[in-house]
Design a protein around this ligand. Sequence first.
Ligand code: A2P
Length: 279
Amino acid sequence: MTAIPVVPLNTGVAIPQLGLGTWPMDDAEVADAVVAAADLGYRHIDTATAYGNEAGVAEGIRRTGIPREEFFVTTKLDGSFQGGDRAVAGLQAALERMRFDYVDLLLIHWPLPKRDEYVSTWRTFERLHAGGLARAIGVSNFKVPHLERLAAEADVVPAVNQVELDPRVPRPAQREYAAAHGIVTESYSPLGGASGAASLLADPVLTELAERHSRTPAQIVLRWHVQQGMVALPKSSNPKRMAENLGVFEFELSPADLDRLAPLAGGPDAGNDSDRIGH
Ligand code: A2P
């Protein structure tokens, strides 16, 4: 079984550098996926209230027979839980669905800047963290100005910013801000997402690097993420691919290899910006 390295978060909690993405699996599918993933060595599972599969994630974890505390579980609260104290009820409902006492990481799913409630939501997150219901708190889909506002108006620095990120959409500004402020960058859709993975993984540069390293294009892409310090959350319902995705810790890319991947940025999917849902 592959040992997955951990990265320290600013709260002192350690996060496994590879986790299982779970969107768009339903409860039944995700429970099976979690059991298969845990059997291969995964201990980090990423879900969200908006995915509608938190109960299935928790059910899968219980089915493994592995103690809850050996897992790192993230969930996210979307717009319905922004503003006032709505996040309190949001987390409570998520914990009841999961039948857990706490989550390892709780994220604001989207900044929704036009609603302008992410700062007050974050203050509520700070209280949830202080109360022990979330061992760490962070954000998702935040741009640098949103992070700067939290820094100016709140006390706790987000432990992570989870963004859609792959070699075609490398988001240097968010990564640089995060690195300078002790925020871990998590990559969702690290392989290009449900609609983009096939075209990204067919890129000739990736195919060539894969052949040279006797790896698969997916492993080259995931290596690109972890070697640059990101936490990667590849989604797969397929145990063979889950295992393949863990192989990322068994080889290294050279600086020249990483340079070869740089020109992928700004490719056909560079405009595929998650802000379109972030109104
Ligand atoms: P599947 O669940 O059938 O394995 P992302 O993590 O970027 O969102 O990408 C997820 C997509 O990539 C899913 O469609 C998933 O399909 C597929 N995928 C996951 N791992 C691999 C892999 N190692 N090789 C090819 N496709 C993969």
